[in-house]
Write a protein that binds this ligand. Sequence first.
Ligand code: ASP
Length: 373
Amino acid sequence: MTRMTRRSFLEGVAATGAAALTQPACAASRPAPAGAAVARRAPAPLVIASANGWRGAARPDDPAPRQSAVETALALLGDAEVAAGKYGLLEAVVAGVGVVEDDPEDHSVGLGGLPNEEGVVQLDAAVMFGPTHQAGAVAALENIQNPARAAMYVLRYTDHALIVGPGAYRFARAFGMPHAELLTEEARKMWLYWKQRANERDDWLTPPDEQVEESVRRAYSGGTIHLSALDAQGDLAAATTTSGLSYKISGRVGDSPLVGAGLFCDNDVGAAGATGRGEEVIVNCGAYAVVAAMRRGLEPKDACLETLKEVAEKARRRGLFQDGKPSFGLSFYALRKDGAYGSAAMFEGGTFAVADAATGAGRHEPCAWLYDR
Ligand code: ASP
């Protein structure tokens, strides 16, 4: 795994022909704050993410420092040259989630993501940039390791918001993104094991458990990274990137690349994102609802809880309930323009990642929750 330094970050940008870092920050694109939820003072840079955005403190026996998404994004926000670029904040967010996209051990995102039912890794991602209220997204994208970066290219270099499938692949290749084989050996074995067990009446024989490595037997149904960032100017950006639900039907698109569902960002109010069962986030416009609740004056955590309650209530009507609780997991993350933040999960026990300028280091904080386990 390569370590993202300021130098490699800047070289990566140059190699793809992006011009972001030469453009001055555009003060005029930052409207005056408005609304009850907004502070007038300049906030300190802050990054929040789903739990996989931080991997724990460095251990003394680590051969190399453990990179994390929130720390990578925060470090880039603190870099004067990056911060001066018009899209520097967005570059920092994309580099942050790129750490998890590049991690073969995270089976929910990018390289090593679990494939669809046909054994093909199909990725979804979206980014949103507060100062210009632009969005970019890609969906059902194959063979491109960093879909959030491809989404950023949609935002910056096209007049579109979402490009899907083979078109998205060709688009990413046009920007010099390499063709990558994303199905790792472990992910392939997990998929094969799922396939062998999926149907008792087909011709696949199920191997005895003792012949299958424990890591391969691990149940794994989804996962995603959402990351939102606030810079020193009070501007916001967000990204959500995922391999989606494991073993999904080919072509299925979840909430992550859909603006208003898997992420939303209103530079006057705040940013929000979701992880968990995407179908429920889509039908409730999840991330948009969280930002709208903050606009009405709710604290970030309460905005997440209110939206979860709405999702749960609607799910009850459709029978997605077991023993009086929703039959699926879901989490929301919210970052307000004044630097207040919070997260809530459907079930007790969740955490989310935070990195702030006070220490520059990441940490996990507990999510609020709606239902006890
Ligand atoms: N939200 C993702 C999707 O539905 C999956 C997840 O976060 O677990 O594609």
